[in-house]
Design a protein around this ligand. Sequence first.
Ligand code: PHE
Ligand code: FE
Length: 287
Amino acid sequence: MATDLPPPPGARPDWTIDQGWATYTQAEHDVWITLYERQRDLLPGRACDPFLKGLDALDLHRTGIPEFGRINEELERLTGWTVVAVPGLVPDAVFFDHLANRRFPAGNFIRKPEQLDYLQEPDVFHDVFGHVPMLTDPTFADYMQAYGQGGLRALNLGRLHNLARLYWYTVEFGLLETAAGLRIYGAGIVSSHAESIFALDDPSPNRLGFDLARTMRTPYRIDDFQQVYFVIPSLQALLDATLADFGALYAALAGQTDIPIEAVLPDDKVFTRGTQAYARRGGRTAA
Ligand code: PHE
Ligand code: FE
């Protein structure tokens, strides 16, 4: 996305807007409540403990779409993060600058009742329910800030496509290994009822140990369930793996080809060797 776009009319120079909480309709609050209750019933035993703990701490239910000002009191106290409202997707540089300053940009609109299961653009349910609980975890909070700083650098170095894959396979679609089994921490999974089941239970996708360079060489799907999920041993391990300066890694990646999305390599730590049956069937379009 171009980085020099002006903000839309009514938005501030950093693209933030007022959430406009008072203008949500009851029907919009009801969409939140429906989505919230479905995930609340599904996620214990699927989402990782830091996510479930964060969900409780922020008390995201109440009577509907949460007011960001209320969430921010607790979130800021816990990790210094805040949620800011934006009209939708923002340019990369704007997004990274917010993250680097511990601000999470969240869309203020909510999907329509007929889009409960799938929508193209992240809405307030994906952004707040999906992302914000993990921001209450101090380690993950540090990771997200570091990612923002790294994003600005990747942009300048022309390696954003590699770094974006790291975001995708961790922040959006990451799995965590625990003594009790695999658990979800990725926002794209926890905010989707169907993928919260698919990501853990379906025999189709590969589930492979996280490796920084490998992840950055793996393309991803934006329009359907993932064909591969990467599993981290701990949030601290993720943060540790990304602390080093990526300059040398980016230079090495420039000479390397992408890894086919469904590949399992000899060096991969294999949690599940997927059948890829879902993708071969044609995925969502065949469903
Ligand atoms: N260490 C990375 C760099 O030098 C920054 C980063 C940290 C990127 C965490 C992603 C996640 O660019
Ligand atoms: Fe997201």
